[in-house]
Design a protein around this ligand. Structure first.
Ligand code: SAM
Ligand code: SF4
Length: 330
């Protein structure tokens, strides 16, 4: 068995790195209102620290890295980080999740730096509603970012939509219809209970099965293959569409048995399950002079401690995490 295999025989080959907990949007399901404080600069891993951890992780069998946040494009010299991550010899894929607001400016340099796949978050096609969901008037900037990414040659470009009852459930057909206009994959994600929204999030929850029912009424829908065999999405394609639609069901059909992910938070904690606050501190040893071998052991321990599954059997009233999503990295 390879070193990157956890206690439940899952091969962990995917590292999602949150490089900042800061964001230029304030999505209702992600970023807490009120008192939540940004990490002090000194607590955030430097690029050199992130690159070192990534190199060691790749030696253990991590072949895919996603850069996320907060909003990753807000961090200074992001291109430097991507260039260095993409130079890791055994890395097969370097991807990014972004809200797209700054993408028009960065798309070409990101591509040059070795990021060739993007996930872009967009929950509505109505500028007014976009402002309601995100707190900012940036809708057109995201559309411009998506168009620029397609022009530059990113493939696939995936559009992440968090489905919310009473907010964007009336737009599921229109959002899926983007696949007729652009060669993008539109993926509907079930709303997860993180501490963004004040209202009970379960009243906003829409299951993937319900979304699929809505999609089937839009046009003829056929099962489609996935571009990433390890991905959690189930894919479909409308007849005649350029792209695919996908359903991501972390709650109704949880994908724990196939989960291949490890997360690194901006403040240097390894998190083996999105829904569990059990974290392994790698920053303290890193900053106290730990050798590569010692850091390797810490990574292996985090992999071994990965829980079998999350404990969201009943959709809960309160967030299960003390960290909001903006501080974990989605
Ligand atoms: N700022 C970037 C963005 O929005 O794409 C990257 C970070 S964001 C935390 C990563 C992903 O997590 C986004 O696609 C976002 O929609 C998703 N997300 C955040 N909170 C969520 C929640 N409560 N339920 C489901 N998805 C969520
Ligand atoms: Fe920011 Fe992304 Fe969270 Fe929205 S989902 S608040 S864009 S980190």
């Amino acid at each position: 068995m390879g070193k990157n295999v956890d206690s439940f025989h899952r091969k962990i080959d995917y590292l999602r790195i949150s490089i900042t907990d800061w964001c230029n949007l304030r999505c209702i399901y992600c970023r807490p209102r009120g008192k939540w404080k940004k990490l002090p600069h000194s607590e955030v891993l430097t690029y050199e620290e992130i690159i070192r951890i990534s190199r060691i992780a790749s030696g253990l069998g991590i072949t895919k890295i996603r850069v996320t946040g907060g909003e990753p494009l807000l961090r200074r010299n992001i291109i430097y980080l991507c260039e260095n991550l993409s130079r890791i010899e055994t890395l097969e894929s370097l991807t990014m999740t972004t809200n797209g607001v700054l993408l028009k400016h960065f798309a070409s340099d990101l591509y040059e730096a070795g990021v060739h796949r993007l996930n872009i978050s967009l929950d509505t096609l109505q500028p007014g509603k976009y402002r309601h969901i995100t707190g900012k008037n940036m809708f057109q900037k995201v559309i411009d970012g998506i168009e620029e990414a397609l022009l530059v040659g990113f493939y696939p470009v995936k559009i992440n939509v968090v489905a919310m009852r009473g907010i964007n459930d009336d737009e599921i057909g229109d959002l899926a219809g983007l696949t007729f206009r652009y060669p993008v994959h539109v993926r509907f994600i079930e709303l997860m209970p993180f501490s963004g929204e004040k209202a009970d999030p379960s009243s906003r929850f829409i299951s993937s099965d319900e979304i699929l029912g809505i999609l089937k009424k839009v046009a003829e829908l056929r099962p489609a293959s996935s571009t990433n065999a390890n991905g959690p999405a189930t894919h479909f394609r409308f007849k005649g569409a350029l792209g695919k639609v996908g359903l991501i069901s972390p709650l109704s059909h949880h994908f724990c048995p196939a989960c291949n992910r490890l997360r690194l938070t901006a403040d240097g904690k390894l998190r083996a399950c999105l829904f569990s606050d059990s974290e392994t501190d790698i920053k303290t040893p890193l900053r106290s002079g730990a050798s590569d071998k010692e850091l390797e052991e810490i990574l292996l321990q985090a992999i071994l401690n990965k829980p079998e599954r999350h404990s969201l059997d009943d959709y809960c009233r309160e967030s299960l995490s003390h960290r909001p999503m903006v501080a974990i990295g989605g």
